[in-house]
Design a protein around this ligand. Sequence first.
Ligand code: SAH
Length: 357
Amino acid sequence: MYKFDDIASMNMEELTELVTSRGLPKFRAKQLFSWIHKELSDSYDEMTNLPKKMREDLAAEFPLRTLKRVDSRKSSDGSTEKFVFELSDGHVIESVLMKYHHGNSVCVSSQVGCRMGCRFCASTLTGLARNLLPSEILSQVYHIQKASGERVSNVVIMGTGEPLDNFDGLVRFVELLTDENGLNISERNITMSTCGLVPEIRKLADLKPQFTLAISLHAPDDEARKRIMPIANKYTISEVIGAADYYFEKTGRRVSYEYSLIAGENDTREQALKLVNLLKGKNCHVNLIPVNPIKERNYSHTGAEGVAAFKNILEKNGITATVRREMGADINAACGQLRKDYMDRKEEERERLFSQS
Ligand code: SAH
């Protein structure tokens, strides 16, 4: 009946169906939606304009899941804060708040872990536990907005997880985040990053979303890409770019390509020129990211000079490129590393307790 039987993941239509099926008037759905998605309430007790009986019944049947902050770290310049949250079932996820001149941006996780296996990424080291519910992706934004006391204006779906591996969850998340009765964040202020699941990119394009699609390319030829991204064994670069072109065709939104520069893997002059060949003439943007080394792997990032040279080759050939600004460098642990560290610490604690008993 409902796409998600979790109440905070339901859209207005499903909520309306839910309340009317219980003999309650329609407007109760709107009130409920507003409590959850505008007032960012995570307890029925706060929903004082709803009848007590209704609240009690809902609490029994549809408990509201809450995020518990178990760790956070703020950069010394205050621009970046990383959060580790515990979900109702004990899993942990990571989110990041970034403060820019143009507003506050939150980077959310879409899954608990990830099964894509990119070699340089910390989020995939322990594999995939499960998809996040739309409400669990939303709660990261809600919690951070409440904690900071400032409006969140931009959302990037670039935390742990492959969003297109949680397709329905992603689509519902965006629907609720942009709902005018909720936080009403403009779809144009949302960016979703994918390692390049070709059929899902095409399926998404058919829905004609207005958010920015970012493709994690990271290499200009299939051989080099296969060395760092297992997904490259499934889809070729030309299929991935074909799907990105289709997204542009359907949505009119300029696609971003992410390219994490790894010393000796994908950062040579020849590789920059190959990238030019792939993207020349396209309405796109390249985001260069000096790879953030993780302790579990032996990668190092391209130095500042190498990054500038790579960027220069792209720009000389008419491809716009930026180098991702380093924010809060002192806490700039690689994506998913804070979550991983937290999980390792917990594991050590458990082992200690176990050996004592
Ligand atoms: N699964 C999605 C989104 C998550 S990661 C995807 O693959 O796009 C967001 C971006 O950070 C991706 O481009 C990813 O490849 C990149 N990334 C992950 N770990 C990194 C690291 N250690 N250094 C640099 N970039 C990294």
